[in-house]
Design a binder for this molecule. Structure first.
Ligand SMILES: [Zn+2]
Ligand SMILES: [Zn+2]
Length: 331
């Protein structure tokens, strides 16, 4: 208590205004979390950096772009940054945002660093550690903003299995919004691929008990890359989506918005089917993908007649057929 006794910030500014300030400083962003087994990052030389304009490196003289130093050994390495795949005006609702699966920030090539406020390179990071270490009250208020108001982008889906050892359970429970990229391996290696998927599906409700918004992109190899001429839906796609249904049900009613992005060749038959069934669908403007609703059966324990329609969006994910060849396979 003594540490904040003479602090104008804590003593004179009301709690709800402090919260607004902290959200402006450390919240309401998309934050990348990554843990990978790789070589250490080093900065490009000035000469190398001059050739590139990028995430936290617009001005190569003041902030440089990292690369992997392959002369030093691989080890487990932690990395995080603020997502700058879109400009700030899009994030704040003044335009459409691009799809999470199209994100390439971790490769150092975020497209919109220029479109964000703040100084380079600090705008590309949250920079919350100094605040959290200030005093106990700063920590308590700051950590809640950090976990509950940011959207966490996890490009390596397998990282979810490491979360219990990385983020304390009470902090994970504060997380409300997550984007994950999963690499499925069902087509080439059906047995272990399926175990991998079910392990991921089980880990989501265990890792994030307070989720309100969830986006998962089901990438990788889980269907032979063909376009079926009659647009029919195969057994494998149905089984995968049924596994997702189960996961989304187990996340419970606090989950308000859920999107599952699937490869385009799987999305379009789903969309056709959904339209025939009378499910809602939307064609996204600009960078936003098309989506179709997938309803879940009403929860059994619910006795409320006017129950909120439960279900989730299936979104058009990345193209799984290279463009020059798509027409040949389709033919
Ligand atoms: Zn990003
Ligand atoms: Zn940036």
């Amino acid at each position: 208590m003594a540490s904040t006794a003479s602090s104008s910030f804590f003593q004179r500014i009301p709690a709800e205004v402090r919260r607004m300030i902290l959200i402006e400083a450390f919240g309401n962003r998309t934050v990348h979390l990554d843990l990978c087994f790789d070589h250490p990052m080093v900065y490009l030389s000035d000469e190398e950096a001059q050739k590139q304009r990028n995430h936290y490196t617009i001005d190569p003289g003041r902030a440089r772009r990292p690369k992997r130093d392959t002369t030093r050994p691989k080890a487990w390495r932690w990395f995080s940054c603020v997502c700058h795949r879109d400009a700030e005006f899009r994030i704040r609702g003044m335009g459409s945002s691009s799809e999470p699966y199209a994100d390439i920030c971790l490769g150092g090539t975020a497209g919109s660093c220029r479109g964000w406020r703040g100084e380079i390179p600090y705008r590309c990071f949250i920079g919350v550690m100094g605040w959290l270490l200030t005093c106990r009250q700063a920590y308590t208020e700051g950590i809640e903003i950090l976990y509950s108001t940011n959207n966490f982008h996890i490009s390596n889906g397998d990282m979810i299995h490491a979360f219990p050892g990385l983020i304390r359970a009470e902090h994970r429970a504060m997380i409300t919004s997550v984007e994950m990229m999963w690499q499925l391996n069902l087509h080439t290696n059906a047995a272990s691929g399926w175990d991998h998927l079910t392990a991921l599906v089980r880990a989501v409700p265990n890792s994030f008990s307070g989720l309100r918004k969830l986006y998962i992109c089901l990438g990788g190899s889980w269907k032979p890359p063909t376009i079926s001429p009659d647009n029919c839906i195969g057994e494998l796609e149905t089984s995968v989506l049924e596994v997702m249904d189960e996961m989304i049900r187990s996340l419970g009613p606090q989950l308000q918005e859920c999107s599952i992005a699937v490869p385009a060749s799987i999305f379009w038959p789903q969309r056709e089917y959904g339209i025939r069934q009378g499910y809602k669908f939307e064609s996204g403007p600009g960078y936003v993908a098309d989506r179709v609703w997938r309803p879940l059966a009403p929860l059994r324990e619910s006795e409320n007649e006017e129950e909120i329609e439960s279900g989730y969006w299936i979104r058009e994910g990345p193209d799984d057929i290279p463009y020059p060849f798509a027409h040949i396979i389709a033919g």
